[in-house]
Write a protein that binds this ligand. Structure first.
Ligand code: ADP
Ligand code: TZP
Ligand code: MG
Length: 298
């Protein structure tokens, strides 16, 4: 069984016990990470939005996890208590949904279940700002993922989030991600053209992915599900965030290359992308070391 209090699973937030390789980048072996995920078959309870819930369930399954979407206040604590990972995505959060997320998150913390939060739309409205603040204040978060605008907003920087979209330029996104990690204690994944993975001490650039991913609603939500699956199967949050983010981007690239079928636009690309997630473990997985760089942040 995975979990923060066990010998397996994503450990406490922030640090990594992994060997550090060239350029101060932790050694992350993608084939080993994918095999760990498939071997663990982690049960992931996602309390997520009404828009992309089916995509979140499928991407969890296609990596090798077991999805369940319990969001009933009466049972969510019990379900999270027997799960290996928990994802909270506030995309369509309501007043009762906020309470459910807090119950789910507290159960995850109480049972040592790794917790991922996607604060969708934080920075867009005062309500979202308040809910996101409550979640990261009251809960011990292992991994937090959001687009550049959301992570900048959480860090307290100027940000433009229109609805759930990141708008504008974010030249200081690595510094914002580190600041966000310092505020929350989580490993932070800031997604965009290049993904940033940050702890309180360091930031890394994960240069995988394809622009077609930005044309599909739900790729951020599915990244959160991916991080929950990898976080449940791997020993520490930083390795999970790096390998999960890299694997997800590689699936996006393989789909764009047509390795999982031709596509004619964003809708058929999404199908190819989901097939690439399901097929990545059997594809020849490249060494990802040269796709991850450490970035100096003040
Ligand atoms: N222009 C792009 N080039 C490469 N990857 C991208 C691009 N836009 C988005 N992605 C990828 O799509 C996923 C979702 O990112 P993003 O669009 O920032 O999230 P959200 O959907 O929450 O706004 C991430 O894995 C990110 O790397
Ligand atoms: C459009 C929308 N509105 C509320 S949640 C949601 C989905 C957001 O998905 P993603 O953050 O993955 O683009
Ligand atoms: Mg998003």
């Amino acid at each position: 069984m995975s979990g923060r209090d066990g010998s397996d699973g994503a450990g406490g937030s922030g640090g990594s016990d992994d060997a550090t390789g060239a350029g101060g980048v932790p050694d992350v072996a993608l084939d080993e990470a994918l095999a760990a995920v498939a071997g663990e078959q982690p049960l992931i309870n996602s309390v997520t939005n009404d828009v992309t819930v089916n995509d979140v369930a499928n991407v969890t399954l296609y990596w090798g996890g077991l999805p369940v979407m319990s969001d009933d206040e009466r049972e969510v604590g019990d379900m999270v208590g027997i799960a290996d990972g928990c994802l909270l995505n506030m995309g369509t959060v309501s007043e009762s949904g906020e309470a459910t997320m807090l119950t789910a998150g507290r159960a995850a913390n109480d049972h040592g279940v790794p917790l991922v939060i996607d604060p969708v739309g934080v920075g867009a409205t005062p309500t979202r700002d308040r809910v996101a603040d409550r979640l990261v204040t009251d809960l011990d978060v292992d991994v937090l993922n959001g687009n550049y605008g959301e992570i900048s907003a959480l860090a307290g920087d100027d940000a433009e989030v229109r609805g759930v979209e990141s708008v504008g330029e974010y030249a200081e996104i690595a510094a914002a991600a580190v600041e966000c990690a310092r505020k929350t204690g989580a490993v932070v994944v800031a997604s965009g053209e290049t993904d940033i993975v940050a702890t309180e001490e360091a930031a890394f650039e994960v240069d995988t992915g394809h622009s077609m991913m930005g044309a599909v609603v739900g790729t951020g939500c599915m990244l959160g599900a991916t991080l929950a699956v990898f976080g449940a199967a791997l020993d520490d949050s930083l390795s999970a965030a790096l390998s999960g983010t890299a694997a997800y981007g590689l699936a996006g690239e393989l789909a764009a290359e047509g390795a999982f079928g031709d596509y004619r636009g964003p809708a058929s690309y999404k199908t190819a992308f989901l097939d690439a997630v399901a097929g990545l473990a059997d594809a020849s997985t490249p060494d990802i070391a040269d796709r991850i760089d450490r970035i100096e942040v003040r």
